[in-house]
Design a protein around this ligand. Structure first.
Ligand code: PBG
Length: 333
């Protein structure tokens, strides 16, 4: 054949492929979500194999190990016992709660570690909803927006006072980024960043996470605040709003089913983009690998690389420690 254009020339050897590679994946792109609980025990999480509910005393030592693996940011989630939950979710801003204590412990042990915290009420209120619930006769209910935003500001301040570097509101209430920014600034926390869950979809892939926290909604669903999986333009609307309200970074969640949304936000904003490779996405690969149906390492790396290729700067993933260890052996090729 007389071909002047032979794209295979650019794939002819590992060295040439390395020169042509458009996207990279390294431990510095990863954020590790971690669960922290009361008491002295660390409990493995059956619904998220490889993950643990850490006690405050041990999470700091684990963060030292993670930092040495190259993971420079962790995201903290509280596991709250039923007896500490109430209708308002007031444990969320208890300065003696597990999250503020864990932030202090991690900062004391590994000051270089960037500590991010999740801000939302679902692990803390009796309803398992991200906001404050008003119940009506006949079983109807509403998730109150403005009242919830006030509570989120208290939670964000509680984390900032304990030393959090990044506040990450995952609740999807309107106006919360501006309100949290103002609350932080009013107390002098101008350096505390906000990573907004900008396009968080009402996804079935959160199931294993809710099992890990015991935070599944007691009734109803989250569709009046989390986004409809059918929508992409709406994600742009949310992104423009969050940017105008002062978000430092925008997030798309889940990740692999929403690569088009990541690419869209990458195009319409200059803010850094995060993507959350959620519990169900992680578990699909773990389960298929445990059955011998997929190769865990190559499928996990390919999934995370595809999220980077779509335009994400950083990825929250439960696979972070494992991936960091794999990448230390051999970079993605
Ligand atoms: C709730 C929250 C959820 C996740 C992170 N924060 C679940 C939900 O919205 O119900 C999901 C994370 C995952 O599935 O890995 N504020």
């Amino acid at each position: 054949m007389n071909l002047s254009d032979r794209p295979r020339r650019n794939r002819k050897s590992a060295a040439v492929r390395a020169l042509m590679r458009e996207t990279s994946l390294s431990a510095s792109h990863l954020i590790y979500p971690m669960f922290v609980q009361e008491g002295q025990e660390n409990t493995p999480i059956a619904s998220l194999p490889g993950c643990t509910r850490w006690c405050v005393a041990d999470i700091a030592a684990e963060c030292r190990r993670l930092y040495e693996l190259g993971i420079q940011c962790v995201d903290l989630f509280a596991v709250v016992p039923e007896e500490k939950k109430d209708a308002a979710g007031s444990e969320a801003w208890n300065p003696q709660g597990v999250v503020p204590r864990a932030i202090e412990a991690i900062k004391a042990a590994v000051p270089e570690m960037c500590v991010m915290t999740d801000v939302a009420l679902d692990p803390f209120n009796t309803y398992g909803q991200d906001g404050i619930v008003r119940e009506y006769e006949g079983g109807a209910y509403e998730i109150l927006n403005d009242e919830t935003v006030e509570a989120l500001c208290k939670q964000a301040l509680c984390h900032a006072r304990a030393g959090a570097d990044i506040i990450s509101p995952s609740d999807m209430m309107d106006g919360r980024v501006a309100a949290i920014r103002a609350a932080l600034d009013a107390e002098g926390f101008t350096k505390v960043s906000i990573l907004s869950y900008t396009a968080k979809y009402a996804s079935a892939f959160y199931g294993p996470f809710r099992g890990a926290l015991g935070s599944a909604p007691k009734f109803g669903d989250k569709k009046t605040y989390q986004m409809d999986p059918a929508n992409r333009r709406e994600a742009v609307r949310e992104a423009l709003a969050d940017a105008a309200e002062g978000a430092d970074m925008l997030m798309v969640k889940p990740a692999t089913m929403y690569l088009d949304v990541i690419a869209e936000l990458r195009r319409c904003s200059n803010l850094p983009i995060a993507a959350y490779h959620v519990s169900g996405e992680y578990l699909m690969i773990k389960a298929a690998a445990a059955s011998g149906w997929l190769d865990e390492r190559s499928c996990m790396l390919e999934s995370l690389l595809s999220i980077r290729r779509a335009g994400a700067d950083m990825i929250l993933t439960y696979a972070a420690p494992q991936v960091a260890a794999w990448l230390a052996e051999t970079p993605v090729n």
